[in-house]
Design a protein around this ligand. Structure first.
Ligand code: ATP
Ligand code: MG
Length: 271
C-alpha cells in the first residue's frame, strides 16, 4: 500500500457554517484521489481557492473530511497525529522566543525537549545556514531567514511527512531557488515525503517527483504529471527542453496556454 492514500476525498462546508446569507453548501473537494510513496515529493498546483490548503489540512488531520478515505503511513487520518511537519506561507514564529526555542517548540509539546533535541535543532539550523543566530529573535531576521527557522521547526521531530503550503511564496526569486535546493537536500537527508503547494509552475516542477494539477473548485486531480528529470537536481536543469516540456504540460492543464501554444492567460490560475 502506498505511504499516503487520498481516495475520493470530498469536503463540504455546510451553508450554515458559512455565515448569514449563504444558501448553498460550499464543496471544496470532490472526488480528489492520489497516492504518494515514502520519500516522494509531490507538488500541488491549482487555481486560487480551488481547495489545496483544505486538502493539506485534511491530510494533517486538522480538518475532518466529509467522505472518502485519507490514510498516511497505513493509518486512517482521523485527527492530528503529530508525525508531520507543517510549513505555512507566513513563518508564524513566536516573536518572544529566540530562534532555538522556536525550533524546539514542537519538542516541548511532545515532552521531548532534551539535550538530544537541542543538538538536532542546532544541526538543522546549521544545515539551513543559520548557525550563530540561535539566540536572535524572529524580528531581527529577514523573511527568508524566518522561513528557514520555520522549516527547522517543522523538521525537529523527524516527521515522515512534510506538508508545505506556499512556503516560499513571499520570497524573492534568488532566495526561493536557494530554498528549493535546501529543501531537496533536506529531503535527501531525512527521507520524508513532501506535499508542496505552490503557485509557481517552475518551482513545482523543479522540486517534485510528480506534479498534481487540480481543477477549479471543487478540486479534483485534473492531471498527474510524473517529473522524469534526473536527480540530484541543480538550477541548470531549469533550462533543459525536458523541464520546459513538463512546465508546458502543467500550464496547459491549468489553462494558461492551450495545446497549440496560444498564450491565453487565465489570471486566476496564473496568480
Ligand atoms: N474553514 C472554512 N470554512 C468555510 N469555507 C472554507 C474554509 N476553508 C476554506 N474554505 C473555502 O474552501 C475553498 C477552498 O479554499 P482553500 O483555502 O483550500 O483554497 P486554496 O486552493 O488553498 O487557495 P489559494 O491558492 O488561494 O491558497 C474556498 O472557496 C474557501 O472559501
Ligand atoms: Mg491555500
Amino acid at each position: 500500500m502506498p505511504f499516503g492514500v487520498i481516495q475520493n476525498a470530498r469536503k463540504v462546508f455546510p451553508a450554515q457554517d458559512l455565515g448569514r446569507g449563504a444558501l448553498e453548501d460550499l464543496v471544496a473537494l470532490d472526488d480528489a484521489s492520489f497516492t504518494f510513496e515514502e520519500g516522494e515529493v509531490v507538488s500541488l498546483l491549482g487555481p486560487s481557492g480551488c481547495g489545496k490548503t483544505t486538502l493539506l489540512r485534511i491530510v494533517a488531520g486538522l480538518m475532518p473530511y466529509t467522505s472518502g478515505r485519507v490514510s498516511v503511513g497505513g493509518h486512517e487520518v482521523q485527527g492530528p497525529y503529530g508525525d508531520y511537519g507543517f510549513v505555512f506561507q507566513a513563518p508564524s514564529l513566536m516573536p518572544w522566543r529566540h530562534v532555538l526555542d522556536n525550533v524546539l517548540y514542537p519538542m516541548e509539546v511532545l515532552g521531548r525537549n532534551d539535550a538530544k533535541a537541542r543538538e538536532r535543532a542546532r544541526e538543522l539550523l546549521d544545515i539551513v545556514g543559520l548557525s550563530g543566530f540561535e539566540k536572535v529573535r524572529p524580528h531581527q531576521l529577514s523573511g527568508g531567514m524566518q522561513q528557514r527557522v520555520s522549516l527547522c521547526r517543522a523538521l525537529i521531530h523527524a516527521p515522515r511527512l512534510l506538508l508545505m503550503d506556499e512556503p516560499f511564496g513571499a520570497l524573492d526569486e534568488l532566495t526561493r531557488m536557494e530554498m528549493n535546493d535546501l529543501l531537496l537536500r533536506i529531503r535527501k537527508e531525512t527521507g520524508a515525503s513532501i506535499l508542496f503547494v505552490t503557485h509557481s509552475i517552475s518551482e513545482a516542477v523543479y522540486l517534485a517527483d510528480k506534479v498534481l494539477v487540480f481543477s477549479r473548485r471543487p478540486a479534483r486531480v485534473a492531471l498527474e504529471l510524473p517529473v522524469t528529470l534526473p536527480n540530484p537536481r541543480n538550477q541548470e536543469i531549469r533550462f533543459s527542453h525536458e523541464f520546459a516540456d513538463i512546465e508546458r504540460r502543467a500550464s496547459e492543464a491549468l489553462g494558461i496556454v492551450t495545446g497549440h501554444s496560444t498564450p491565453e492567460r487565465s489570471t486566476e490560475a496564473a496568480r
